[in-house]
Design a protein around this ligand. Structure first.
Ligand code: NAI
Length: 525
C-alpha cells in the first residue's frame, strides 16, 4: 500500500504521515525517473538487483512500474543471469526475508506454518527445494532467489497481480559442503534425506496448500531432475500444479523449433533431434517434441525414433542399465558411445539441444559435426546462467560458417559474421510460464495439463511475423513481452474453459475479461 512521496496531502493528513515525508507530492512517473537515475549509477547488475529488491520491499507498485517500463532491460537484472549470482551470494547479500521458508523442522504443522502468510487469497506458490538452481547445482536455502525472481516475471511479463503470488523454499537441508561450512548460511544445516523421508513431507506441504489456499496452483521450480519427475507424476492428476523446468522449458523450446521450421520451410516430423543432457529439461523437451511430431502425423514409435539423448554417462542406448523410466523410451539400439562428435556422425541429427549445465560443451568439433550433419543445423544452448551455455552465438555462427540457427537460454547481443548481423534468440521459459500462470490465475483451473503448455507454445509461435522470422528471430521481442503473453494467456484460458477445468464462470467476451484482469502498476485510491 505504500506510495512513498506520491501520497497526496489529504492522504498524508488522514494517515498521520504529515512531517514524515518531504513536502513535494510526486507522480509515479517522477518516482520512476528517480529510481532509473539511481539504477544508472550502479556499476554492476548485482548491485542493480539489490537496489531493485529493496525497492520491491519498500514500494511494490513503484517496483513494477519501473520494471514494466522496460522489461527487456530488467529481465537480465531480475532473472537470468544475475539471479544466479544473487543465489550464490544469497546469505551474504540478504537484507530482509521475502516469501516463506518451510523446513523439515515444521513436519506435522506445515498447514499451521502456511497460515502465517498474511495474504489469504494465494493463487500461485512457486516452490523450490534449492537442489538444482539453474546450472549451479545444490544451493540449499540460497535458492530462494529463484522463486522470488520467477514470480516477479509473472507480474512483469504477463500482468498477474503480485498480491496472490507466494515464493517458497522447501528446506530439506543441503549437500553443499561450502554452504554447510559458511557461518552466514541461512538454511537448515543437514544433509538432504531420501524419498522415504521427503515424500510424506512434500505430501503434507501439498495438502497444506490445498487447505490454506484452495484456489492455489503449485509451480515446482529447480528441484533435482529426478525429484522433478517424481513429484510432477505424484501430484499432476490430483491438484493444480506444474513443473516449469519440465513443461515450461519444453514449451519454449517447441516455440523456437516451430519458428526454425518456418524459416527452413521444413516440418518438425522430418528432423532428428539430439540432446546433450537428459535431466528434467532434456526429457521434458524430448517428450513435448515427440508430442509435436505426433501432431504432424508420426506414430509414437516413429516420433521417439527421431529423438536421441546423450548425458554424463554417454549416449542413451538400449544396453544402458542406469536409466530412469522417463529416459527409457529414448534409449534406442546403438553401440555405446561416450563421444558426442562420434554420436552426431552416426545418428545424423539436424537439431542439437544443450541442457547439460556444462558451459562450452558444444566445442568447435561438435558444431562442425552438426554443420556436416545438416544443411542449416538448429543449435540451442539452453543451459543457464551465461557461463553454462553450451556455446556462445559467436561460436555457433563462426564454426558453422554462418549456417546455424541458434538460440540460448540467456540473452546474448547481436553478432556480426560474414558481413551479416545475426540476432540470437533467447529460449527462456519466461515466455511461457507467466502466460500460463495468468491463465491459471484468471480461471482458477483445477488442473494444469501438457496440452496447456502446447497451446502456449503455439500461441507464442503464431505471434511471430514473417518479417521477424526473416531477420532470423526465433522468439518474440522482449520489449513487447507483456502484450505477447497476455495474448498467449487468452488462448490458454480458452482451453481451460473448453476442458471444463475452470472454477469460475466462462465470460462472454474472453479477451476483454482477461485484459480487465491485467495488473496495472498504478497507485489505488
Ligand atoms: P538436471 O540436473 O535435471 O539435468 C542435467 C543433465 O545434464 C543430466 O542428464 C546430466 O547427466 C547431464 N550432464 C551433466 N554433465 C554432463 C556432461 N559433462 N556431459 C553430458 N551430459 C551431462 O538439470 P535440468 O533441469 O535438466 O537443467 C539443465 C540446464 O538447463 C540447467 O543449466 C538449467 O539452468 C537449464 N534450463 C534452462 C531453461 C531455459 O528456459 N532456457 C529452463 C530449464 C532449465
Amino acid at each position: 500500500m505504500n506510495k512513498g512521496n506520491a501520497f497526496t496531502l489529504s492522504e498524508r493528513a488522514s494517515l498521520g504521515l504529515e512531517g514524515l515525508l518531504p513536502p513535494s507530492v510526486e507522480t509515479i512517473d517522477l518516482q520512476s525517473q528517480r529510481a532509473l537515475q539511481q539504477l544508472g549509477q550502479k556499476t554492476s547488475n548485482l548491485e542493480r538487483y539489490i537496489y531493485m529488491i529493496q525497492l520491491l520491499d519498500s514500494n511494490e507498485t513503484l517496483f513494477y512500474h519501473v520494471v514494466m517500463s522496460d522489461p527487456a532491460y530488467f529481465l537480465p537484472i531480475l532473472y537470468d543471469p544475475t539471479v544466479g549470482e544473487a543465489c550464490l551470494k544469497f546469505s551474504h547479500i540478504y537484507r530482509r526475508p521475502r516469501g516463506m521458508y518451510i523446513s523439515m523442522e515444521d513436519k506435522g504443522r506445515v498447514g499451521q506454518v502456511l497460515s502465517n502468510w498474511p495474504q489469504k487469497d494465494v493463487r500461485v506458490i512457486c516452490a523450490t527445494s534449492g537442489a538444482r538452481i539453474l546450472g549451479l547445482g545444490d544451493l540449499g536455502a540460497n535458492g530462494m532467489g529463484i522463486p522470488i525472481g520467477k514470480l516477479q516475471l509473472y507480474t512483469a511479463c504477463a500482468g498477474v497481480p503480485p498480491q496472490g503470488l507466494l515464493p517458497a523454499l522447501i528446506d530439506f537441508g543441503t549437500n553443499n559442503r561450502e554452504l554447510l561450512n559458511d557461518p552466514l548460511y541461512l538454511g537448515l544445516r543437514r544433509a538432504r534425506p531420501n524419498w522415504d523421508v521427503l515424500d510424506p513431507f512434500v505430501d503434507e506441504f501439498v495438502q497444506g496448500v490445498q487447505d490454506q489456499f484452495p484456489l492455489c496452483c503449485i509451480h515446482f521450480e529447480d528441484w533435482r531432475g529426478i525429484d522433478a519427475f517424481h513429484y510432477l507424476e505424484r501430484y499432476r492428476e490430483k491438484v493444480s500444479c506444474f513443473n516449469d523446468d519440465i513443461q515450461g522449458t519444453a514449451s519454449v523450446a517447441v516455440v523456437g523449433l516451430h519458428n526454425a521450421m518456418r524459416i527452413l520451410g521444413q516440418d518438425l516430423k522430418d528432423q532428428k533431434v539430439l540432446f546433450l543432457g537428459a535431466g528434467s529439461a532434456g526429457i521434458g523437451i524430448a517428450n513435448m517434441v515427440a508430442s509435436a511430431m505426433k501432431l504432424e502425423g508420426l506414430t509414437d514409435g516413429q516420433a521417439h525414433d527421431r529423438i536421441w539423448l546423450f548425458d554424463i554417462n554417454g549416449l542413451l542406448e538400449s544396453t544402458r542399465t542406469d536409466l530412469i523410466p522417463e529416459q527409457r523410451p529414448f534409449a534406442h539400439v546403438h553401440a555405446p558411445s561416450h563421444d558426442l562428435v562420434e554420436s552426431i556422425a552416426s545418428i545424423g541429427p539436424t537439431v542439437l539441444i544443450g541442457v547439460s549445465t556444462v558451459g562450452g560443451a558444444f566445442t568447435q568439433g561438435v558444431i562442425e559435426a552438426m554443420a556436416r550433419s545438416a544443411e542449416r543445423p538448429v543449435i540451442f544452448a539452453l543451459s543457464n546462467p551465461t557461463e553454462k551455455a553450451e556455446c556462445t552465438p559467436d561460436q555457433a555462427y563462426r564454426w558453422s560458417s554462418g549456417k546455424a540457427l541458434y538460440a540460448a537460454g540467456v540473452q546474448f547481443p547481436p553478432v556480426r559474421y560474414g558481413g551479416k548481423t545475426f540476432l540470437p534468440g533467447q529460449a527462456n521459459n519466461f515466455y511461457i510460464y507467466p502466460a500460463v500462470g495468468f491463465a491459471i490465475y484468471a480461471t482458477s483451473t483445477k488442473r494444469v495439463t501438457d496440452e496447456m503448455f502446447i497451446e502456449a507454445a503455439k500461441a507464442t509461435a503464431d505471434q511471430m511475423t514473417e518479417e521477424q522470422l526473416g531477420m532470423g528471430m526465433l522468439f518474440p521481442a522482449q520489449s513487447n513481452v507483456l502484450e505477447v503473453e497476455v495474448r498467449t494467456a487468452i488462448r490458454v484460458a480458452t482451453l481451460v474453459f473448453d476442458r471444463n477445468f475452470a472454477r469460475v464462470d466462462r465470460p462472454k467476451d474472453m479477451e476483454s475479461w482477461m485484459r480487465g484482469l491485467v495488473y496495472k502498476p498504478q497507485y489505488g485510491a
